[in-house]
Design a protein around this ligand. Structure first.
Ligand SMILES: *Cc1c(COP(=O)(O)O)cnc(C)c1O
Length: 477
């Protein structure tokens, strides 16, 4: 009987809820005993094992057998994000209280589109957005919304800014009429090492990749300001129309931080909008030691904040903050079945008017839960620790002739190579993977590089020392 119940007020339902979630917690707890990041299974073997599980049996096999399948076939080959040997991507272990919050979110299954689908959820999201505006230096004129991730936050920001820019500068209502006939002249400026969501956004907005201008970087992997200004002024003189500049606050590979003050000055000169893609760097705001590296983010017209990177919350959890709440006009549309204007006049806030999504998760609860529990000081410790780890590793390799470095770390990533060429470095990454140590690989100045993305606060200097010696061993082989 238990298998047929949705979560409800009946005693059988509640007891099935408790035992079923207990089973899952036990499976995860068992998996946690394994400290390595990955089983190292061959992809073809894993594909076969998974294919054998089938799709939709005529008769279900029941909860016990399904749980057993999850435990025996799926759990062992999950990537164990909690392992300190996992460091290839901006992909973090999750704070325990935010995992518990996920269970709460799924259980109530609130939706954020209208007040009547999540009264407390709507009010809590609004309250967290207000707090976030203050945290990043915006005033009450600002607004924000939780999104599915940095890519959606970035896309939403660019969509809002294009809408605002065309309306303000040309009196053109793009929401109603689509792009203006001079759309091929519109340009979005961003670092040559910025996230590819800039290109995707330009494409989805009908501008195409051609509208994205890549600005060259300096020795610290930040936008070269002199070049940026020269390129943008030159483009204006050639008849092109800059509508937005994107400052990356923590590039995906290097964690490098574009100079927001200088880019604001250029944006003002060009009469365009400025977005801060702080998907990675936003967490550093919590650090008393390193927070000022971000610069004054409130100079930007919008900020992308990811909570599933430095903030260590389960995927997905992100927010877009805007300096001027009118920016969200791009997403406002009323439907008789959902967000009636008369309700909004009576205080029933319908958040769908700020969002690309309609049905939307109550991710704000994860942020509330961990912020409330740990406070700013708790996050300061976590985030200062991971940035400190990157500095420590960099200090080991910086003067070591076996290593080639890129730019010094600004956040928690270090991009480096072993002296010995591309093939050696590729081999090192594959060899470590087979030992359950997962590190990143990228390209810098045409060379294959290795990358440590250190988001896990459980990593300590003694393990960093071990990894450093392990790497050095390769140069002696
Ligand atoms: C990760 C990242 C993104 C994309 O964020 P998702 O949450 O993965 O969609 C965008 N910009 C930067 C700089 C990032 O590091």
């Amino acid at each position: 009987m238990a298998d047929f119940t949705v979560l409800s007020s009946s005693d059988t339902s509640v007891s099935a809820y408790l035992s079923t979630t207990d089973d899952i917690r036990r499976i995860v707890a068992e998996a946690c005993r394994n400290k390595s990041a990955f089983s190292g299974i061959d992809p073809y073997k894993l594909r076969e094992d998974i294919a054998r599980l089938g799709f939709l049996p005529e008769e279900g096999i029941g909860w016990e057998k399904t749980a057993e399948t999850i435990e025996k076939t799926i759990a062992p080959h999950m990537l164990r994000t909690w392992s300190t040997d996992y460091m290839p991507h901006l992909h973090s272990p999750a704070l325990i209280e935010t995992i518990a919050a996920e269970l709460f979110i799924a259980s109530f299954n609130s939706s954020m589109d209208s007040w009547d689908q999540g009264p407390a959820a709507t009010e809590l999201e609004c309250s967290m957005i207000k707090g976030l505006l203050g945290l990043y230096g915006y005033t009450e004129d600002g607004d924000g919304v939780f999104t599915s991730g940095g890519s959606q936050s970035n896309f939403s920001a660019i969509a809002c800014h294009l809408n605002t820019f065309l309306k303000k500068r040309y009196g053109h209502d793009a929401k109603k009429h689509g792009l203006p006939d001079f759309y091929r002249k519109l340009r979005l400026y961003t670092s040559e090492i910025s996230h590819f969501s800039m290109e995707k956004s330009a494409h989805m907005l009908g501008l195409g990749y051609d509208a994205v201008v890549h600005l060259p970087i300096d020795d610290l992997c930040r936008i070269d300001i002199t070049e940026a200004e020269r390129i943008i002024i030159h483009d204006i003189e050639s008849g092109l129309i800059p509508f937005c500049i994107n400052a990356t606050i923590g590039t995906t590979d290097f964690g490098s931080i574009d100079d927001i003050e200088a880019l604001r000055a250029i944006a003002d000169k060009a009469g365009c909008m400025l977005h801060a893609d702080a998907a990675y760097g936003s967490g550093a705001v919590m650090s008393s030691r390193y927070g000022n590296r971000l610069g004054n983010l409130s100079l930007a017209d919008s900020i992308t904040v990811d909570f599933h990177k430095m903030f260590l919350m389960p995927i997905s959890c992100s927010a877009l903050l805007v300096k001027d709440k009118k920016s969200f006009d791009a997403f406002m549309l009323h439907a008789d079945y959902l967000n009636r204007e008369e309700d909004e006049e009576d205080g029933y806030i319908n958040l769908v008017g700020k969002s690309l999504q309609t049905t939307r998760r109550f991710d704000a609860l994860k942020v509330f839960t961990s912020f409330s529990m740990r406070g700013r000081k708790g996050f300061d410790e976590i985030i200062s620790k991971v940035i400190g780890n990157a500095e420590y590793f960099y200090s080991l390799i910086e003067k070591d002739p076996d290593f080639i470095t890129s730019c010094p770390p600004q956040l928690s990533s270090v991009v480096f190579a072993l002296r010995g060429g591309d093939e050696l470095n590729k081999k090192v990454r594959r060899q470590l993977l087979s030992e359950g140590i997962v590190i990143g690989q990228t390209v810098y100045q045409g060379k294959t590089m290795l990358k440590f993305t250190l988001l896990n606060p459980a990593l300590d200097e003694s393990r960093i020392n071990e990894l450093y010696s392990k790497l050095k061993d390769f140069t002696e082989r």
